[in-house]
Design a protein around this ligand. Structure first.
Ligand code: NAD
Length: 339
């Protein structure tokens, strides 16, 4: 299947390298508004460069496009391709606003083409094992959970033209980095029903408009989840995701899963995969997700991470921001309407 990448920045090589390892995919072109960026990327992968993605689509008629552009461009690019029957694999976040997300869901529903979202951490072996343990109720019902993400992003990270701005990044630590962890929480625990959140700018006041720190109290039925994410730390610490069940506690620290039960010693299994490329905090599962997307296209079988399948995650993300801005708890039921 002929495919093309839009946006030739930091994440694009991860997609291109994964495509090289996907026999049914053939990367033939790329587009970036900066000619030199498109040309350098094209030279690296022996493909054709463009500066206008619409011209690229018209000329090469790809079957699949990969959207690797800044957040505010995701919805319009996905809609443009889906309307033309072109499959879309897009980077997170699916959309920076509820209205944009609804546009995407609508485009997904009326298009004959398919769309997938890069929440690649769902493919981590550690998460798949944890999900299995929770779903099989190996340690009884879930009583609660907590997530802690403490990473470092400095002035340099925000020196480009889109990070740190509400209009283009759409939010800070939650919309960009911790959205993966929030998605995993929903993936493991199901739909949340209420959230209370607060956000701050702890270390980059005057540099960025968006939050560098966000904390939330989320209710999944009667079970509370505490969520803390901050980019004001001194390093990128492994993310902690803990789920407490009736008979055991599951602690995921990075890719190490520890099972702590009343009887016996804690048992730790290390699911860490050697990093082929990219940053350690992106994880190692992009290739697995991309290959699964092409397998699903080829076989005509469902792909699990689509706009309509991540409504609960996005509802929670938008709910966190609504709550942080209003200072009020937000009920999440039926809130997927434009605001
Ligand atoms: N899944 C993950 O773990 C992960 C990791 C990193 C980045 N991302 C996501 O990937 C996307 C890109 O992030 P990045 O770090 O590569 O950003 P980046 O700034 O390095 O790259 C974005 C590229 O898009 C280009 N661009 C901007 N407007 C364009 C347009 N109209 N047409 C074509 N190209 C355009 C820019 O020139 C730039 O080269 C973001 O959505 C980000 O959240 C995901």
């Amino acid at each position: 299947m002929n495919c093309a990448i839009i946006g030739c920045g930091r994440i694009a090589p991860i997609h291109a390298d994964a495509l090289r390892q996907t026999p049914i995919a053939k990367l033939i072109a790329c587009a970036d508004i900066h000619l030199h960026t498109a040309e350098a990327f094209a030279a690296q992968y022996a493909i054709k460069p463009y500066t206008d993605y619409k011209v690229m689509i018209q000329e090469i008629q790809p079957e699949v496009i990969h959207i690797c552009t800044p957040h505010h461009l995701h919805v319009e690019m996905a809609e443009y391709a889906l309307c033309r029957g072109i499959h879309v694999l897009m980077e997170k976040p699916a959309a920076i606003s509820r209205a944009g997300f609804l546009t995407l869901i609508n485009a997904e529903q009326i298009s004959k083409a398919r769309i997938g979202i890069c929440f690649q951490n769902r493919y981590n072996a550690s998460i798949q094992r944890l999900k299995e343990l929770i779903e099989n109720q190996e340690a009884g019902a879930v009583l609660g959970a907590r997530c802690v993400l403490t990473w470092q992003r400095d002035v340099d990270y925000y020196s480009d033209d889109w990070h740190g701005k509400q209009a283009t990044e759409g939010g800070g630590v939650l919309m960009n980095q911790a959205i993966h962890t929030m998605d995993l929480l929903v993936h493991l625990l199901g739909a949340p029903c209420e959230v209370q959140a607060a956000m701050h700018n702890r270390h980059l006041q005057g540099v960025i408009e968006v939050e560098d720190t966000l904390e939330a109290y989320i209710r999944f039925g009667q079970s509370p989840a505490l969520f803390y994410a901050s980019l004001a730390y001194c390093t990128d610490a492994p993310v902690l995701l803990e789920v407490v069940c009736e008979k055991a506690t599951y602690q995921l620290q990075g890719e190490q899963l520890t099972i702590i039960s009343a009887k016996g010693q804690p048992i730790t299994t290390d699911y860490t995969v050697r990093l082929e490329n990219g940053m350690s905090y992106w994880g190692t599962s992009h290739r697995l997700l991309i290959q699964d997307f092409y397998r699903a296209l080829n076989e005509g079988t469902p792909f699990p991470i689509t706009p309509s399948s991540i409504i609960d995650t996005m509802n929670l993300v938008y709910g966190c921001y609504d709550s942080a801005r209003s200072g009020k708890p937000i009920e999440l039921k039926d809130r997927m309407e434009p605001s």
